[in-house]
Design a binder for this molecule. Sequence first.
Ligand code: FAD
Length: 742
Amino acid sequence: MLPWLAVVWQGFVLPYRPRGSGKKVALIQNRPVLGGNSSSEIRVWVLGATGLGVNRYARETGIIGEMLLENQYLNPDGNPYYWDLVMLEMVLKEKNISLFLNTNVHEVEADGNESSRKIRSVTGWMMGSERKITFTSPLFLDCTGDGLVGFLAGAKYRIGREAYREYQEKWAPEESDNISLGSTMFFYTKDAGHPVKFIPPSFAQDITKTAIPMKRVFKSGDSGCHYWWIEWGGEAHIDTLYDNEKIRDELWSVIYGIWDYIKNSGKFDAENMTLEWVGSVPGKREYRRFIGDYVLTQNDLEKQANFEDYIGFGGWSIDLHPPEGMYASDYVSKLFCVDGVFQIPFRSLYSVNVDNLLFAGRNISATHVAFGATRVMATCSVMGEAAGAAAALCVDKSVTPRQLYQNHIKELQQTLLRNDAAIIGLKYEDPEDLASLAHVSASSQLKCLEVAKPAAKFHMENDVAFLFPVNPHVNELEILLDAHEDTEMVVELWDTGRPENYIPHTLQVKDTVRVSKGDRQWIRVRLPWNPEQPQNAFVIVRENQQISLHQSDVPMTGVLSFIREKKANISSLLTAIDNDQPVVQWSMKPFVRKPFCFKLLTETEAYRPDNVINGFFRPYGSPHMWLSNPMQDGADEWLELQWEAPATFSRLEVIFNDDVNEDLVNLHYKRTPFDVIPELVQNYEWQAWVDGMWRMIAEGNNNRKRKAVHTLEHDCTTERLRLVVKSTNGSRFAEVVGIRIR
Ligand SMILES: Cc1cc2nc3c(=O)[nH]c(=O)nc-3n(C[C@H](O)[C@H](O)[C@H](O)COP(=O)(O)OP(=O)(O)OC[C@H]3O[C@@H](n4cnc5c(N)ncnc54)[C@H](O)[C@@H]3O)c2cc1C
């Protein structure tokens, strides 16, 4: 029996990092690799709030953020084995985590009554070692996806769909049932460079006798998640857990049937293609969902409910599939996108009746419909980080998760913010943070907001828009365009409603300007707006066939561009989405890092140096970061913190801009043109003013991370401290999101 302070299962959900909290964590995983569905055994792409392309500045930070950045650098081609390594290395680097691979937990000791139970221990069988290991702990996290630990402990749970009358969800059926999403296996193909035959096994299905080939799009060379619709097991008479083996056999019969069709039907250019890998572990989408003190619903997501116990955000659409899966004659995945990211409450992460059980991942306390959005893996990881941080605090304070919610929820939120976790819109407040007491100045501050270097023309066959921060007001701006004939251009300025949203919400001001025929003209428009709070402006230029705007190929932090799609571009043969949803209509896909050219004629205060101590570490109504003027060759840019009396510290923390608008995926279906986010500062120094001169006390070289922490060997006492930015990974500006000094 091993005495651990906290026990965590590792699904995809990565556990709380015990760093600093001093807690020991046993990470128990019944398979040989980490990552659950994202592992090389299953190969599901890790997606999150930016994944569908509808949310802006929504990529998760915290542990999953660090992993995605690291993977981007180490594994730009998205090799599934390299992703395994990213995860493994991250865990091995944590001294306080003990990793138990190949250890299947199948016994749980718990006592108490139905409404209040407590887990004493869990026991696992370590395959290959013939070891039976029992783990005791004050707290347990069930991140097993299927929820076996909670089930054995007597935790309350649900399977299937809730009835409409329970939560009044639009997408709920009239009566509850046990229909769920089905399971899937993928396969990878490759070009062998010479003809390769394929003789199908006897159990391969003739898929021409099913609905499959008529409806699906096959492309030789597609791999992995392209085949997400090879799904089965969701119907009421099949149980995704009990029938797991049967489901696997059915999926194999279809995979080899599809491959037979691709190779031997003569309809594909596949002579040289061969199978590189075929899954053997069904990727499970859904099974038990535990009941917590709160059940997250479709209504919460749709109205972007604010929770006092908000611990992280999600942003995938509600995404539900037909129960018949691949055999559905009208296979269509139903998607619903909220106006922006949605909040997840802590009360959905602990059991209503097992006092020391937390959970995270696909088994959290959410209805079937809400689970349709919370289930993607970057969101699962956000929850895992929150549940882990909560477990550590529970141990510190000798409280249950419920008591933590009741009495210490702010401390949990602040802990998460300190760890740079994925929370938008909550302010970090740390009385011990000396940076927050300093006066902040800088070598320069970007005040002239412009995107002035054209690279391509964009013909205005649609409404288009650009978004920029307004601080404190806007008056006039200029737009670069070609007019093919004399015409009138209509331009409107809208607010975005909530600060975390990036859609036109309320029209504030409109201008119509006459434009004469001619190329490369900077046309002035008057859009006076003086909002009460600094916030983003969403400027729409209405469709005009006589006009082409100019797009730059140089991104500008804080500026986004959009096109109003006439037809939603995330619809496909396999998905149905409501085109009226504003986040779907206003697509940014063609304009990521390619904004329209415009100039603000009013100076902006949006990039002030003191943004680095304002407690917001993510864009939220404005970028919340410092930007210098464009850096000149060889010249440094710096931020200075000055205190009235000498400050003594030993820990320097800086958060750089890693462009949380950039969608990063672990197993890339798209290749991003850089391995390191260009906005990240590359080389920098911390300098303290000591004995009348600047002395370097810490430095960072070849940085590629968002958060950099330097712990000094000896305390430093000074009235002046500087962060000197020497170079970036590509950006023209020095960009810093936050500084914390202790
Ligand atoms: C085919 C498919 C496509 C999907 N598409 C996407 C997508 O494109 N992007 C996306 O982000 N999400 C996608 N999802 C959803 C996502 O994969 C899951 O919701 C997510 O993996 C859930 O994470 P989890 O950690 O809760 O569970 P899992 O990923 O299932 O991980 C649970 C882990 O716990 C381990 N475990 C289980 N029982 C025990 C036990 N008794 N003892 C020890 N260990 C145990 C399992 O081996 C596993 O490693 C998809 C899912 C599927 C199946």
